[in-house]
Ligand binder design. Structure first.
Ligand code: ZN
Length: 377
């Protein structure tokens, strides 16, 4: 599976996409409430087919306006709800799988950002235009009403389309995501090299066991003055006014650009690591604990986002990603003789082993230990 993302050109009727997302949120809210009500009344869970039957009934009776929405998009939303409940049931029945899975919750409107179509129907693509099939009521009947939108087709997609998703971002821009069945894996030539990576904040973003230190640009720190001025400008506006909304969008654009720059840098670094090494070992990080300790800087460096990118790249290029457990000591043991120097403090950047007299850089030593004590993830 491979997903391609295209920006949809702003045009007079782009708002229809936004309205459709909001309408789909109502469907989402309705059916989750429906399941909760059934549970309260001690009725059995309504699976996808039961929900679809209930939808047909709704369209005929109390919710005729649901007829206006593309039915395929509603079906996909019901499937999404059903899948979320199935995951929850799997966990409650077997206690296997992800323990973080809870009862599906109702997303607030501002967090509901997309709708999806299956691969075969509800839309049509011709060159750089896509039509979404709405419905309209005409001469006593509901009829198909395809609306065309133009998108910036900066590249071709490979493979057969499995589904398409329309997304709205915080800046109010709309994106077309095309998921195809193309295989996303390509093997890279073996290099025979392994590396351990130590994340850090003091000296470098990443220290490799090859004793290389990689610095991360601190994107937020660099633009903090701009962020402050945007926030101030927002605070001066009257809430809800046209200028206030303009300032809100400017702030959202600032964060989107920041994220894009950070993601770009991280993808490039992840790509470099997978091209140079067959095996990559990292620590299992406790990000929340680190945030409490270090504050904003850690969010700016965004370790967990980097780990996600790295593991994606490893799967894609058939590389092995190993992790050293959270409680594995990696700082104190000497990477040469294994002697643990208990007196080491956070301030000691360079130290000498009392047992074998090797001088270590703190982070490089940790990176070597991470590589040594890591196990396949
Ligand atoms: Zn030693």
């Amino acid at each position: 599976m491979r997903t391609y993302k295209y920006k949809i050109q702003h045009q007079a009727n782009t708002m229809r996409l936004g309205n459709l997302i909001d309408d789909m949120h109502q469907v989402h809210e309705y059916f989750l409430n429906y399941q909760r009500q059934r549970y309260k009344e001690e009725l059995p869970y309504a699976n996808y087919n039961a929900m679809a039957a209930h939808l047909t009934e709704l369209k005929r009776t109390t919710h005729p306006h649901y007829n206006m929405l593309p039915s395929q998009a509603i079906q996909m939303e019901l499937k999404r709800i059903d899948a979320a409940y199935q995951r929850f049931f799997d966990w409650t029945k077997t206690r296997k799988g992800n323990p973080k899975v809870g009862r599906p919750h109702i997303k607030p409107k501002h967090k509901f950002k997309s709708f999806t179509f299956p691969g075969e129907s509800g839309w049509k693509i011709e060159n750089n235009r896509i039509s979404i099939t709405f419905r309209k009521y005409k001469n006593g009947k509901w009829k198909r009403d395809p609306i065309w939108f133009t998108f910036f087709k900066h590249r071709d997609w490979i493979g057969k389309i499995c589904r398409i998703t329309i997304k709205r971002d915080t800046c109010g821009a709309y994106w077309l995501c095309i998921t195809t069945d193309a295989s996303d894996t390509t093997d890279l030539p073996q290099t025979g090299q392994s590396v351990g990576c130590d994340f850090g904040m003091k000296d470098a973003f990443l220290t490799l066991s090859t004793s290389e230190k990689i610095q991360s640009p601190q994107f937020l720190k660099r633009d903090i003055a701009k962020l402050r001025s945007l926030n101030k400008s927002l605070a001066r506006k009257q809430k809800g006014s046209g200028n206030w909304w303009r300032a809100v969008r400017a702030l959202a654009r600032f964060y989107r650009d920041l994220q894009n720059r950070r993601a770009d840098w991280q993808w490039k670094l992840a790509h470099r690591l997978v091209t140079e090494f067959d095996t990559i070992a990292i620590e299992d990080l406790n990000i929340n604990a680190m945030k409490r300790l270090w504050g904003r800087k850690i969010s700016d460096l965004a370790f967990s986002a980097f780990v996600a990118k790295l593991s994606h790249k490893c799967v894609k290029h058939n590389r092995e990603l190993r992790t050293a457990g959270r409680w594995t000591a990696t700082t104190k043991p000497c990477s040469k003789c294994g002697h643990s120097s208990e007196s080491l403090s956070l301030a000691d950047r360079v130290w000498t082993c009392s047992h074998c007299d090797t001088t270590h850089d703190r982070d490089v030593n940790a990176a070597i230990n991470i590589l040594r004590f890591s196990a396949p993830a």
